[in-house]
Design a protein around this ligand. Structure first.
Ligand code: ADP
Length: 401
């Protein structure tokens, strides 16, 4: 079975063709500058096939982008499948499913209507995801099943005490203001892998999953269900991120807006684009740059990383308390998979709660590894995330019924 996984943005579209049963990747790539001029990247994973790297292809809309992907995948010389008939289904990453979707769904006219209803919750992302679905229908026809896999769905198991904000109740009832959480596909994937690494049923383990990348979130997973997560109504909440502020005192907004005569648009733009580790350090949103700058004597770069690590550590402590214990802590995504020093800083000095790191085992990158000491009561796991494989697996499961 071959599943095409699509992650559509407003002017870009990432794709992978993979086999969810074997996990084999056949091809991946991306369409960029859709609606501007169009650049196409194609990376077949079969030896001898030609790679295309940001070549010019006119893409006035997402439909031409999908058509370009199809042409490459079935190309007689450099394609990876013989015809479109060998693509069994399409799985779409959809950012926001609101309260309507607690799991992945087969896309129908009714589902499309519900996705439209979720646009106010994710005005930048959901319209692009919908455009991607429509483009696939236009190019592939109505007979190829398409599935929506939501960033928010995994977190729909949170109890009300975790997802409610202490605002007047009508904002929840009338306006759906609540914590939704994001990165759900990643948290779900690594939780499944963690249970396998521990040799336990997922129903029997308490996990804390730390997805630390450009955007970061931490999730408490009890018996395979998300019970709390650090992102909120939007992905602006929780940890300080590359350029996002994370949690802060809402009173600061009024103070700064009054003092500098800013409107809410300017303020929110600062919170999303000029804050986080970039804002604190004044150096970069990339943790590698921060580490280098700190080595060169830039204390603010060091402070930014310290603040981030401290934020993760506090979430680990609070989620262990929330679940009444923890069996394993998972590190994933760009920072979690690659930065041994940050993993060590986050998970050190937690011996009081049964976490003991193994510095030697921790000196590893990007592969599934137990990085805690043999006698650590709580296991610490490095697990590379694979959201595309999770989307393909969900899509296959739904298509097979
Ligand atoms: P996104 O949220 O955009 O998917 P990723 O999960 O790819 O982000 O994470 C990207 C981040 O990972 C980069 O900003 C970079 O700071 C961090 N990163 C990648 N490699 C390393 C490394 N070796 N050490 C520290 N940080 C790293």
């Amino acid at each position: 079975m071959n599943i095409l996984v699509i992650n559509a943005g407003s002017s870009s579209l990432k794709y992978q063709l993979l086999n969810p049963e074997t996990g084999d990747l056949l091809a991946k790539g991306l369409c960029e500058r859709i609606g501007i001029d169009g650049k196409f990247t194609y990376k077949p994973q079969i030896a001898g096939k030609q790679v295309l790297d940001a070549v010019d292809v006119a893409m006035p809309t997402h439909s031409e982008a999908i058509q370009t992907v199809m042409n490459a995948l079935v190309d007689a010389e450099n394609g990876v499948v013989a015809s479109m008939a060998e693509i069994d289904a399409v799985g779409h990453r959809v950012v926001h499913g609101g309260e309507a979707f607690n799991k992945s769904v087969l896309i129908t006219d009714e589902v499309m209507k519900a996705l439209e209803d979720c646009i106010p919750l994710a005005p930048l992302h959901n319209p692009a995801n919908i455009t991607g679905i429509n483009a696939c229908t236009a190019v592939m026809g109505k007979d190829v099943p398409q599935v929506a896999v939501f960033d928010t769905a995994f977190h729909q198991t949170m109890p009300a005490k975790a997802y409610m904000y202490a605002l007047p109740y009508e904002y929840y009832e009338n306006d759906k203001v609540r914590r939704y959480g994001f990165h759900g596909t990643s948290h779900k994937y690594v939780a499944g892998r963690a249970a396998a690494m521990l040799g336990k049923n997922i129903e029997d383990v308490k996990l804390i999953s730390c997805h630390l990348g450009n955007g970061s979130s931490v999730t408490a997973i009890d018996g395979g269900k998300s019970v709390d997560t650090s992102m909120g109504f939007t992905p602006l909440a929780g940890l300080p991120m590359g350029t996002r502020a994370g949690d802060l005192d809402a009173g600061i907004l009024e103070f700064l807006m009054n003092k500098y005569g800013m409107d809410i648009k300017e303020m929110v733009s600062i919170l999303n684009k000029k804050s986080g580790v970039q804002g604190v350090s004044g150096v970069s949103s990339d943790f590698r740059d921060l580490e280098n700058a700190f080595k060169d004597g830039n204390d603010r770069a060091g402070l930014a990383v310290d603040m981030f690590n401290y934020g993760v550590k506090k979430l680990i402590g609070s989620y262990a308390a929330a679940m009444g214990g923890v069996d394993a802590i998972i590190f994933t995504a760009g920072v979690g998979e690659n930065s041994a020093s940050q993993r060590l800083a986050i998970a050190s000095d937690l011996e009081f709660m049964g976490v003991k790191m193994d510095a030697e085992a921790n000196a590893v990158r990007g592969k599934e590894t137990v990085i805690s000491a043999a006698d650590s009561k709580v296991k610490v796991l490095l697990i590379p995330t694979n959201e595309e494989l999770m989307i393909a697996m969900d899509t296959a499961a739904i298509v097979k019924g």
